[in-house]
Write a protein that binds this ligand. Structure first.
Ligand code: NAD
Length: 299
């Protein structure tokens, strides 16, 4: 039996880039797929149904089952309708891949209100809205006495986890998604729902031209390397994996370990008394991980 036989997936932002590779990989392994894509520019302007249509026909050519959905994932009602569409079309929903995203980079002092609002809306609300409606669907199934394994895969970013400059809007949204994933994993486990997040590194229109790459570096940035991990996490075989954040690209997969409690001192009520000890625990604490040579460059 195929890895994802009998399971239905929604993949948001599946018209191109990573989402397209996820949708095709899930379908190849037996899942029915709702191919969602608004068809906007990388900055979130405009709309076009062509990318999603092309992915649906590509899946059908491979003998898989897919339907198109062109909703803006940050639209509350449209997100609810998308969940309903999956259930009405294929009879159930087991997989939600929140991948749609846009980028509007700017140094903090120059960032406009609209650049902040649009990026946080598409990423944060665009993840929460489908998740909320899917979770309510799973809650009803679970309360009805059904046992099942549902899997949500959210998308975070190195920009968020390792604090890239020039991306306060994007990094804040993607860090919010990482934490949302862990909170929701704890809340929804009792309904049979698992959530994990991926920080991908891939060559797509979002990252094209950022730096000069060798042939091997381009090869290892193909979205398919990440789609493999998405498909496994989406499957029942991964039912022991919940509330985790992964880095993924063609050079490997790793688990990102979360914020940890560090060195501590006693609290005080007089601010003039704490300086010496506070500076000491900061010196003892491990520095924040950064997007530096060691963590960022290819092996
Ligand atoms: N490419 C990378 O290296 C990288 C790194 C870290 C995170 N990411 C994240 O991975 C995800 C996919 O990025 P990509 O590189 O494939 O980019 P992409 O621009 O190729 O694809 C994003 C897709 O999302 C769609 N989309 C945008 N806003 C939407 C909305 N409101 N509703 C529905 N669809 C919408 C776009 O039409 C587009 O097809 C994004 O969340 C991105 O932030 C990518």
């Amino acid at each position: 039996m195929a890895l994802l036989e009998g399971r239905t997936a929604i993949v948001t932002g599946a018209g191109r880039g990573l989402g397209r590779a996820y949708a095709i990989m899930l379908a190849k392994h037996g899942a029915n797929v709702v191919v969602n894509d608004l068809g906007s520019s990388a900055a979130g302007d405009g709309a076009d149904t062509t990318p999603a249509e092309e992915v649906v026909s590509e899946i059908e050519k491979l003998g898989g089952k897919a339907v198109i959905n062109t909703a803006d994932v940050s639209n509350w009602q449209a997100a609810q309708d998308m969940v309903a569409q999956a259930v009405d079309t294929f009879g159930s929903l087991e997989i939600l891949v929140n991948n749609a995203g846009i980028i509007r980079d700017r140094m903090l002092v120059n960032m406009s209100e609209d650049e902040w609002d649009s990026v946080t809306r598409v990423h944060l609300k665009g993840t929460f809205a489908p998740l909320h409606h899917a979770a309510n669907y799973w809650r009803v199934r679970s309360k009805g006495g059904e046992t099942f394994d549902a899997s949500v895969i959210n998308t975070t970013s190195h920009s968020a986890l390792f604090a890239n400059i020039g991306q306060t809007n994007y990094a804040a949204a993607k860090a919010g998604i990482a934490t949302m994933t862990v909170v929701a994993a704890r809340e929804l486990a009792r309904f049979g729902v698992r959530l994990n997040a991926i920080a991908p590194r891939a060559q797509t229109r979002m990252t094209e031209g950022l730096r000069q790459l060798t042939e091997e570096q381009v090869r290892r940035r193909q979205p398919e390397w990440i789609a493999t991990l998405v498909a496994y996490l989406a499957s029942e075989d991964a039912k022991a994996i919940n509330g985790r954040v992964f880095e993924a690209w063609g050079f490997g997969y790793s688990v990102i370990e979360s914020w940890q409690h560090g060195p501590r001192m006693d609290a005080a009520l007089d601010p003039t008394e704490i300086g010496e000890e506070l500076n000491k625990i900061v010196r003892f604490a491990r520095p924040n991980a950064g997007i530096d040579r060691d963590s960022w460059l290819d092996p």
